[in-house]
Design a protein around this ligand. Structure first.
Ligand code: HPA
Ligand code: ZN
Length: 327
């Protein structure tokens, strides 16, 4: 199902590992999986909250060992995303999750950046990499990761903040984000997924976040909504993720219509598509069908995604023109 041309701004590369790929990579790298087969693994995708998902997400990453594995994961995502209408992708990677299990940072970065470097030529998708810091690890570990990536000279769009949110407020990472900004990097942060609105305030005021990933709990704080609307801060909303991680009970209960009605700068994204039941096009289709979104609203969502991206001005202009001509 193709939707209007979009920029995908909230996508964890490791969350694109499909069950079949996990088995292929495990076999290739001689890793024993604690699942009988693909069906057995897939039967475990019934999550109760963010942590229950993260446990499986981190466990399955053990199948990634070589640069070729990282390149294959990245290229497969780009191919699938392109088929669904994605024309620009700013993707998250969790280097700490690989380095702490003994994979060299060079191996990780080499694979991912090799695939991203030919994304436009191979798939018609411009791209950029955002290194996400694991907020349930220490601030020192995040700083070491930033330093190591900068030393490697990896082409980088920016840094982000992900993993278990509650108990790990943005304030823990003030120094890392200050350094990233001083290095000229963009900064974004997950906030207000399971965590309270105060985490969104902190991400804005203490980290200088240019976009908030998820952010849906902002609706509990009128003053925060007012600020986000006034400053047109993009919120990278992931509807199917919110349902699967039980942030909302059902797609019909998703606050997207309320967010749009309040004038929030919302974009639609897939988060961890292999785990949450669909890619960007599936997410757009799900909210379109659940809420009967009209063409004007779908155009707004596509336009917001390009506006909220860090793409070069000429690329933005080209993508906005593509959206306009498709509607
Ligand atoms: N939230 C926080 N951390 C994550 C997620 C998410 O949805 N996916 C991968 N890491
Ligand atoms: Zn996420």
């Amino acid at each position: 199902m193709t939707v209007l041309p979009h920029a995908e701004l909230h996508l964890h590369l490791e969350g694109t590992l499909e069950p079949e790929t996990i088995f292929t990579m495990a076999e290739r790298n001689r890793i024993d999986l604690p699942y009988a087969d693909v069906a057995d693994l897939s039967s475990r995708y019934d999550f109760s909250d963010l942590q229950s998902f993260l446990n499986l997400y981190y466990a399955n990453m053990a199948t990634l060992r070589t640069a070729a594995d990282f390149a294959e994961m990245t290229d497969s995502y780009l191919a699938r995303a392109a088929r669904g209408g994605v024309r620009h992708a700013e993707v998250f990677l969790d280097p700490q999750a690989h380095v702490t299990r003994g994979v060299a940072l060079e191996e990780v970065m080499d694979g991912v950046t090799t695939a991203l470097a030919c994304s436009l030529e191979r798939h018609g998708v411009s791209s950029g990499l955002i290194v996400a810091m694991l907020r349930d690890h220490s601030a020192e570990s995040a700083m070491q990761t930033l330093d190591a990536v900068l030393t490697l000279g990896t082409p980088l769009l920016g840094i982000g903040l992900d993993s278990a949110e509650v108990g790990h407020p943005p304030s823990k990472f003030v120094d890392v984000f200050a350094k990233a900004r001083a290095e000229g990097l963009h900064v974004v942060a997950h906030a207000g997924e399971e965590g309270p609105p105060s985490y969104v305030w902190e991400a804005l005021d203490l980290l200088g976040a240019e976009r908030i990933d998820h952010g849906i709990r902002c609706l509990e704080d009128d003053r925060l909504v007012h600020r986000l609307v006034a400053e047109r801060v993009p919120l990278t909303v992931c509807p199917l993720s919110n349902v699967r991680l039980r942030v909302v009970a059902d797609i019909a209960d998703h606050p997207l219509p309320t967010m749009l009605a309040k004038g929030l700068n919302v974009t639609i994204n897939s988060d961890d598509p292999a785990y949450f039941g669909g890619y960007l096009d599936d997410n757009v289709t799900a909210v379109r069908d659940a809420f009967g979104l009209d063409q004007a609203t779908l155009t707004t969502l596509a336009t917001n995604s390009v506006d909220a991206s860090f793409a070069e001005p000429s690329r933005r202009t080209a993508l906005l023109a593509e959206i306009a001509s498709a509607t």
